[in-house]
Design a protein around this ligand. Structure first.
Ligand SMILES: Nc1ccn([C@@H]2O[C@H](COP(=O)(O)OP(=O)(O)OP(=O)(O)O)[C@@H](O)[C@H]2O)c(=O)n1
Ligand SMILES: O=P(O)(O)OC[C@@H](O)[C@@H](O)[C@@H](O)CO
Length: 226
C-alpha cells in the first residue's frame, strides 16, 4: 500500500514579482512544478499524483504532464492554498494516506519522503522540518520584547503526510469554523490530534522570492539531490 500525493500549484507567486505563476519558472530547462512532480514520480511508494492549478492554467499544466504515468488529475484551485487543497482532497478517490506538498518546493528528497511514509503508517499526521538556525526575537514597535529559546523551534516544510480520513475531516472542520491556516497540520492540531515530526533538510526550500532562484540553481549545479 502506498500514498497519494496532492500538489497545490494554483498560487499567483506575487512575492516572486514576475508576471506569471512562479511554478512555471524554468531552471535548467525544467519548470519548477515539473521538478517537484518528478520527485514523487521517482518514489515507488507514490501511487498517484493530483495537482491544483489556476483555472486558466489547467491546460498548460495538462500539457506538461501529458506523458506522466502518475499524474491522474488536475483540478481547479481556490483563492487560498487551503481552498486549493480541499478542492483536490474532496474529488480524488478515497485512499489510505496522502502527502500534501507545495508545488513550489522542488527539492524534496527520497529520505524525507521515506521518513514521512514510515511515520504516517503509525502516527496518522506527520510533518517535516529543520531546526531554526538564527536567533529569534519577538519585536513590538521596533523594540525587542523577548528572545525565544530556539531549541524547540522548528522551520516547517512540506510534504505533510496524513491519514486520508483525518485530513479530510480536518479541512472540513476548518472550513466550517473559517479557520485560516498556513499549513495543513494546523487543522489537525485544531482537532486536538497529535502531529509528529521527522527531519527534512535545508535544501527543501520553497521558491518564494528571487533570492530562492539563485539557491535553486546552486542546488541543481551541485547535482547530488536525493
Ligand atoms: N490559492 C493558492 C495559493 C497557493 N497555492 C500553492 O501553494 C504553494 C505554496 O504557496 P506559496 O508559496 O504561498 O505560493 P503563492 O501563493 O503562489 O505565493 P505568493 O504568496 O507570493 O503569491 C504553491 O505551490 C502555490 O502554487 C495554491 O495552490 N493555491
Ligand atoms: O506562508 P506561505 O504562503 O509562504 O506558505 C504557506 C505554506 O506553503 C507553508 O507554510 C508550508 O509550505 C509549510 O511551511
Amino acid at each position: 500500500m502506498g500514498y497519494t500525493a496532492i500538489i497545490p500549484a494554483a498560487g499567483l507567486g506575487k512575492r516572486m514579482g514576475m508576471d506569471y505563476n512562479k511554478v512555471f519558472i524554468r531552471i535548467n530547462e525544467m519548470a519548477v512544478i515539473q521538478m517537484t512532480v518528478s520527485q514523487f514520480e521517482k518514489d515507488d511508494h507514490c501511487e498517484a499524483i493530483y495537482l491544483a492549478a489556476r483555472a486558466d492554467e489547467i491546460e498548460s499544466m495538462n500539457e506538461l504532464f501529458s506523458d506522466s504515468k502518475k499524474v491522474k488529475g488536475i483540478f481547479a484551485g481556490g483563492s487560498e492554498r487551503q481552498d486549493s487543497i480541499y478542492n483536490v482532497l474532496k474529488q480524488i478517490p478515497k485512499c489510505r494516506y496522502v502527502m500534501i506538498h507545495d508545488g513550489a518546493r522542488p527539492f524534496v528528497t527520497k529520505d524525507t519522503l521515506d521518513a514521512l511514509y514510515e511515520s504516517v503508517k503509525v502516527d496518522k499526521a506527520v510533518i517535516c522540518g529543520v531546526n531554526v538556525k538564527d536567533t529569534i526575537k519577538i519585536v513590538d514597535d521596533g523594540l525587542v520584547t523577548n528572545t525565544v529559546p530556539r531549541e524547540r523551534l522548528f522551520v516547517v516544510h512540506t510534504p505533510q503526510a496524513f491519514d486520508y480520513d483525518l485530513i479530510l475531516k480536518a479541512h472540513r472542520e476548518a472550513r466550517e469554523n473559517q479557520l485560516a491556516v498556513t499549513d495543513d497540520a494546523m487543522m489537525v492540531e485544531e482537532l486536538g490530534r497529535s502531529v509528529s515530526v521527522v527531519p527534512s533538510n535545508y535544501d527543501n526550500i520553497k521558491i518564494t522570492t528571487t533570492e530562492d532562484l539563485i539557491i535553486a540553481e546552486a542546488i541543481l549545479q551541485r547535482g547530488d539531490l536525493g
